[in-house]
Design a binder for this molecule. Structure first.
Ligand code: MN
Length: 250
């Protein structure tokens, strides 16, 4: 009997997002797809794990479940309770909007795949450009996700590695393996006043000032390539170890 790979799909835009439907549909020909996704919008929630209140798992429709938590919560509840085993691959997305450069640290989409990598599951995060207001066409990103998932299922990934995939809109030239770009972060905080006279603040992404690097994810998508960046959870700055040792020795 042919054993189909077990595929777990999650996202941070929530179960209602058209991006996760397109992703699950595209992966259905590769294996048994189970979707466990946040019931609501969880973008920019990073790798948050909910520990201060209980979570509910609800069936949504066949093979689709919701959790009133984060993408990281979803992956853990999927493994412990829905699948009761590790899947063969975790794919997170398709996010409405890029997750490039330093932004991966804010991303719930990337965190879903990061949690997979920590659990020892080869994992992929997929994000789509949404710079203009035109309706999003998820098809190119869905087919990129399918192609990459097929290859990862066949060949695996190094331990504790995830792929961060970003897909531009418009004609795609092909795939480029990239490094995480660097952005001189300009977050815009707008202050306003509510009807009761109290100040409130709205955080927005301001102007992006990217360091130019031809190997970067940012450069690749701007030139029309699908960017594929291998990421790892280890944030150690290895080339700073000696300097910090010196700092402590002084
Ligand atoms: Mn999102």
């Amino acid at each position: 009997m042919l054993v189909m790979p077990v595929i777990l799909v999650t996202n941070d835009d929530g179960v209602h997002s058209a991006g996760i439907v397109a992703l699950a549909d595209a992966l259905a020909s590769l294996g048994d797809v189970t979707v466990v996704a946040p019931v609501g919008e969880s973008s920019a929630i990073g790798h948050a794990l909910t520990i201060a209140h209980p979570l509910r798992l609800e069936p949504w429709r066949d093979g689709v479940f919701t959790v009133d938590g984060t993408p990281t919560d979803c992956v853990n509840i999927a493994v412990s309770t829905v699948l009761r085993a590790l899947p063969d691959i975790i794919v997170s997305g398709i996010n409405k909007g890029y997750n490039l450069g330093d932004d991966v640290t804010y991303s719930g989409t990337v965190a879903g795949a990061l949690e997979g990598a920590l659990l020892g599951v080869p994992s992929i995060a997929v994000s789509l450009d949404r710079r203009n207001s035109a309706p999003l066409d998820f098809a190119p990103a869905a087919s990129a996700a399918r192609m990459l998932a097929e290859r990862v299922l066949r060949s695996g990934l190094p331990p504790r590695t995830l792929l961060n995939v970003n897909v531009p809109t418009g004609p795609v030239r092909g795939y480029q393996v990239t490094v995480q770009g660097k952005r001189n972060h300009v977050t815009k905080v707008t202050e306003s006043v509510d009807p009761r006279g109290r100040a409130y603040y709205w955080i927005e992404e301001g102007e992006n000032a990217w360091e130019d690097d031809v190997r970067s994810d940012y450069h690749a998508v701007r030139a029309g390539w699908v960017s594929v960046t291998p990421l790892q959870p280890d944030l150690t700055r290895h080339d700073a170890l000696q300097r910090v040792e010196g700092l402590l020795g002084a």
